[in-house]
Design a protein around this ligand. Structure first.
Ligand SMILES: Nc1ncnc2c1ncn2[C@@H]1O[C@H](COP(=O)(O)OP(=O)(O)OP(=O)(O)O)[C@@H](O)[C@H]1O
Ligand SMILES: O=P(O)(O)OC[C@@]1(O)O[C@H](CO)[C@@H](O)[C@@H]1O
Length: 304
């Protein structure tokens, strides 16, 4: 079973405006809301790909109830720990450019954190845990390390989609997959990366530091897949970007769903890229049909 973990879920409030000026009153052209947070997005895209998962994390208040009910309607299993404060609302402003305001979110008590750890202790060697997104400020910086250690002891595999030290510190536990974008990869090594070719040496370093499979996305410039045996480059399909929120999460879900189905890393990488683009070209997350339509446009090239 795949478990996704979102420590700080959100309601994503997507607001479309003609333009934006500080200090002025604006009236929206359109607005939409979705349950969000990276792990939750992974669960929602997995469901589109007919792959079941269970969403874990902390939710609270009316926003938490909205998130839970939305997932239930999509037949996604959940097992959230309830907290007192409301889950956060993240604002995604579309004005031609994409601007995001991600809220801090509720405080997590030691008791709530303990309850989450108890749930992770229940995983087993057939499970895979996806840890995705930022951690609430009230939890220690070592939270991912602590949770990964617990899941490793159960024999489960894990995937991490996070930035900076959160990612670096779990590499030694050998994640099955990590998916930084090229900016995050650059920040890890204190450099600037601006092309797929420049990704390769740093992606290989992540493999030597413990990652089994690495996908680095570069938005419209393509994506790179690296493991100990191969290095692959992919182009991205052409289309009009509507809302790229969740595109990275869709890549993780697309990869896991296709790998579970085919056991083929190249096909999984192709699905991953098509899923990311299908989400970027939609208001919400991608559907299976949208992904299938883009698949023929994704060419994979092996680098020797
Ligand atoms: N302009 C674009 N055209 C086509 N595909 C795109 C575009 N922008 C993003 N994508 C798709 O989304 C994937 C992820 O994009 P990106 O590199 O921005 O990741 P990310 O920063 O993790 O995403 P996000 O944080 O928005 O979820 C890309 O690999 C690609 O498949
Ligand atoms: O604040 P974090 O946890 O880094 O990111 C949260 C978030 O921006 O990530 C998802 C898209 O990847 C959104 O659904 C959500 O609002």
């Amino acid at each position: 079973m795949i478990y996704t973990l979102t420590l700080n879920p959100s309601v994503d409030y997507i607001v479309k405006l003609d333009s934006f000026q500080l200090g002025e009153l604006h009236r929206t052209e359109s607005e939409a809301k979705f349950p969000g947070g990276k792990g939750i997005n992974v669960s929602r895209v997995l469901k589109q790909m007919e792959t079941n998962s269970k969403a874990l994390g902390f939710i609270g208040g009316f926003t938490g109830a909205y998130i839970e009910q939305f997932l239930e309607k999509e037949n996604i299993e959940t097992d959230f720990v309830k907290v007192v404060e409301d889950s956060r609302i993240n604002i995604k402003l579309k004005t031609g450019q994409e601007t995001e305001i991600n809220a801090k979110g509720p405080d997590i008590s030691e008791t709530a954190f303990g309850l989450l750890k108890d749930k992770i202790c229940q995983l087993n060697a057939n499970d895979l845990l996806v840890l995705a997104g930022s951690i609430p400020g009230s939890l220690p910086k070592t939270t991912y390390e602590e949770l990964v250690k617990i899941s490793k002891e159960t024999g489960a595999q894990f995937v991490v989609d996070a930035e900076g030290d959160l990612l670096k510190n779990v590499l030694k536990f050998k994640p099955f997959l990590i998916k930084p974008n090229h900016h995050e990869l650059g920040e890890l090594f204190d450099t600037v990366i601006s092309s797929p070719e420049e990704v390769i040496p740093f992606g290989k370093k992540l493999v030597s530091m413990g990652a089994e499979n690495v996908i680095v996305s570069l938005a419209d410039q393509g994506a790179v897949f690296i493991n100990k045996d191969s290095t692959l480059l992919a182009n991205v399909p052409k289309g009009k970007v509507k809302n790229s929120v969740g595109a990275g999460d869709s890549m993780v879900a697309g990869f896991l769903a296709a790998y579970e189905r085919t056991g083929d890393l190249i096909e999984a990488f192709r699905y991953s890229v098509a899923s990311g683009s299908a989400t970027a070209f939609s208001l919400g997350l991608c559907t299976k049909d949208q992904v299938a339509e883009l698949i023929p446009q994704v060419q994979i090239k092996e680098i020797r």
